[in-house]
Design a protein around this ligand. Structure first.
Ligand code: FE2
Ligand code: FE2
Length: 246
């Protein structure tokens, strides 16, 4: 059966974007039962760096008391992508990961993690609202900076707690097969919420570096990581470049 090039590309993209939440790597999962925590570590890194980058950018503007008009559109795309991935990741945990694990593991208790999600979400909503203005004033930058800082403070606690829970309490209770099944579900969910892919995929790839980027892109077809994202989609995400490791 002949598969069209378009279909092959969309399937590749599906896998690539799906892997944002938990990378799909069967060989890794078979040889190492830390499949879930490795995936969490990667996506948590993607969510952590932009908080620091955003705060540093706004600090620079606040010191000079000037809105960075030249980079405003790119900054907007960058922060919107952060909020988008943030919501998508937490939604996948709330709707898929936690319920699946609660079904499988009798004493699993995610109440603290769920409560932390609820505390983080209003902040992300406010950030989204403040960033999406046409001509921002320096006072809005000040407000966004403080919202990012508040998010970062809560996020650091949440990240630590979640990674510890998954690595020490959850993974030992799951087989590699169960981890892969859960990863697949999260992958499909991740794909459905990651829009537009032309911003979200570069946002994820170029907020990772070294081995982390290698790991994240290891299952991607060459054409996607070497041609489509860096060349064909470049004009879509290029405005974010000052904030990325690209
Ligand atoms: Fe998480
Ligand atoms: Fe979480």
């Amino acid at each position: 059966m002949k598969i069209s090039r378009r279909k092959m590309l969309s399937q590749s993209l599906f896998i690539a974007i799906g892997s944002l939440f938990i990378p799909i790597s069967t060989s890794f999962a078979k040889s190492n039962s830390k499949h879930l925590s490795k995936g969490l570590d990667l996506i948590h890194k993607v969510l952590s760096r932009p908080l620091d980058v955003g705060i540093a950018h706004l600090d620079k503007c606040l010191i000079s008391n000037k809105v960075d008009i030249e980079n405003q559109d790119g900054f907007k795309d960058y922060i919107n992508s952060l909020v988008n991935v943030f919501f998508g990741h937490h939604h996948g945990e709330d709707e898929i990961m936690f319920p699946t694990l609660e079904d499988k593991i009798k004493d699993a208790d995610f109440s603290k993690l769920k409560k932390q999600h609820k505390e983080l979400h209003p902040l992300a909503e406010k950030i989204k609202e403040k960033i999406n203005t046409d001509s921002p004033k320096i006072d809005e930058y000040r407000e966004i900076r403080s919202l990012l800082q508040e998010t970062k403070n809560l996020w650091i606690k949440h990240r630590k707690e979640e990674e510890k829970t998954v690595e020490l309490e959850i993974e030992p209770e799951l087989s590699s097969k169960e981890q892969i099944e859960l990863s697949d579900k999260l992958g499909k969910h991740g794909q459905s919420v990651s829009k537009p892919a032309t911003l979200i995929l570069p946002f994820i790839i170029y907020n990772l570096e070294g081995n982390d980027r290698e790991e994240f892109t290891s299952d991607m077809p060459w054409i996607l990581k070497k041609v489509i994202v860096p060349v064909i989609w470049r004009n879509k995400w290029e405005q974010m470049k000052p904030f990325l490791i690209a």
